[in-house]
Design a protein around this ligand. Structure first.
Ligand SMILES: [Zn+2]
Length: 113
């Protein structure tokens, strides 16, 4: 079970070694270790939107819960505040949505060559 640590560390779905991201907002086009092209075709990252939703909703829920438990303010106030705080987490959700999508796609349709 080496895949989960590789996902958490943002590594390539094929070799589980090369970094997917080279900066906060910059991806490597190819894996620096095995050469796998990350964006397999145009529109490839559309699938990452589903992963983004699957990751973003629980993150927003946790932020909402944390703010609510800390303040006990009105539901609507907490929801607006949690939405605002979510923007801080958004880059991480975005990065991990692509990493999760890469690994999910790899498990369903691997590129061996
Ligand atoms: Zn690789």
């Amino acid at each position: 079970m080496r895949r989960l640590p590789a996902i958490l560390a943002g590594r390539c779905p094929r070799c589980l070694q090369g970094r997917v991201w080279r900066g906060i907002f910059t991806m490597n086009e190819n894996c620096p270790v095995c050469g796998l092209r990350f964006e397999r075709e145009s529109g490839y990252w559309t699938g990452a939107m589903v992963a983004s939703y699957a990751i973003g909703i629980p993150v927003l829920g946790l932020i909402f819960l944390a703010v609510f438990l800390a303040t006990r303010w009105d539901f609507l106030v907490v929801l607006v505040l949690a939405d605002g705080l979510f923007f801080i987490a958004a880059p991480f959700v975005w990065r991990y949505s692509r990493i999760v999508w890469l690994h999910l796609d790899w498990l369903l349709d691997p590129v061996r060559s």
